[in-house]
Design a protein around this ligand. Structure first.
Ligand SMILES: Cc1ncc(COP(=O)(O)O)c(C=O)c1O
Length: 360
């Protein structure tokens, strides 16, 4: 099998599993318990908090563990207030909880980027809370979040960024970005599914989704999922230590794939001229349904994603591509290849061979 769907999820790293196992077997204490087993669990959770903070250049106390990126985004949006604005290309886990505020939608250009002029227009509308993702899951396009934050901070506007797709692929610094909240998910960096965190600056007041025993500084009640926190921490440590090597590897594979795709006259690579994640290529073959290519590749043991979301059994064109001004028909051609550092040049060549009959 060839796995090219790493923006959807990643396999669990063996070293992460090893770190987790003791906390599923013998070290089963509740971190809130005062006895020895409790203290061992508590200290493991705190080490994980430090590892996650280190990955994103934040303080450990700024890390709130959640059950994933979806919960982190929901927690951020639950803490929104007043006039809310979100970008047109957000993940549903931002879009849906934002709906209750009837948010202003921030447009993107044909490259999937928010332009400086758009931010000045937005500021004139005096929003109180803004959510703009750092890197898009479909196109890989990276937004200039630090520049946007600088402008919003000057006016006291809160900025949340969904960095779920960015960590482990590009350097992410909570401090340098200057945002007030940042969402993370563990399973995109080879941690287990159901791990995540919201990084929060102490200037913002958090409205918890879960009330109860007051864990996570009262921001997220419930007994900590110790093994999962430990796994996320270990994966964060590995992602930080190996970032340079992983980035170089992914970028060389992406370049190889894009150079090969460029030889096909019917292929379009979406947002190609924008700054993008080193692992993501979203492309379409003129007149060929992306879903069809996905299914054909699947029959040959190759996992990719199509650019469309399956809503009520019917494939809808991606809202991200539509927001970029791509016609629905062309949006339906989208195929997403999201690489990992574990992919090989031979796998990329096999993919090219399999799509050659469509692309000539
Ligand atoms: C950009 C983005 N945000 C949030 C999420 C949700 O994260 P999780 O699957 O951990 O709930 C995803 C997952 O696909 C994502 O790509």
């Amino acid at each position: 099998m060839i796995y090219f769907d790493n923006n959807a999820t990643t396999p669990l790293d063996e070293r992460v599993l090893e770190a987790m196992l003791p906390f599923m077997k013998t070290m089963y204490g509740n971190p809130s318990s005062v006895h020895r087993l409790g203290r061992v669990a508590k200290s493991a959770v705190e080490i994980a908090r430090e590892q996650i903070a280190a990955l994103v250049d934040a303080q450990p106390l700024q890390v709130i563990f959640t059950s994933g990126g979806t919960e982190a985004n929901n927690l951020a949006l639950n803490s929104a207030f007043g006039r809310v604005a979100i970008s047109a290309i957000e993940h549903p886990s931002v879009f849906e909880p934002a709906k209750r505020y009837n948010p202003e939608i921030i447009p993107v250009n044909r490259d999937g980027l928010i332009e400086p002029k758009t931010i000045s227009d937005l500021i004139e509308k005096r929003p109180d809370f803004v959510s703009i993702m750092l890197a898009n899951n479909e196109t890989g396009v990276i937004q200039p979040i630090a520049d946007i934050a600088a402008q919003l901070n000057e006016r006291g506007i809160i900025l949340h960024t969904d960095a779920v797709q960015a960590i482990g692929k590009i350097p992410v610094s909570f401090r340098q970005l200057g945002v007030q909240m940042l969402s993370l998910s563990g399973h995109k960096i080879s941690a287990p599914k159901g791990s995540g965190a919201l990084i929060v600056d102490k200037s913002v007041s958090i409205s918890p989704l879960l009330l109860g025993g007051g864990q996570e500084q009262n921001h997220r009640s419930g007994t900590e999922n110790v093994a999962v926190c430990v796994g996320f921490g270990k994966a964060a440590e590995l992602a930080k230590n190996e970032l340079d090597a992983r980035q170089t590897r992914m970028l060389s594979l992406r370049t190889m794939l894009e150079n090969k795709l460029a030889q096909f006259s019917k292929v379009t690579i979406f947002a190609q001229s924008a700054l993008r994640l080193p692992n993501t290529v979203l492309f379409g073959i003129d007149g060929v349904d992306g879903e069809l290519v996905l299914l054909k590749l699947d029959q040959r043991g190759v996992c990719v994603s199509s650019g469309s979301a399956c809503a009520s059994g019917e494939a809808e064109p991606s809202h991200v591509l539509l927001a970029m001004g791509i016609a629905p028909q062309q949006a339906q051609t989208a195929i997403r290849v999201s690489l990992s550092h574990q992919n090989t040049p031979a796998e990329v060549l096999e993919l090219i061979e399999l799509i050659t009959p469509y692309g000539v």
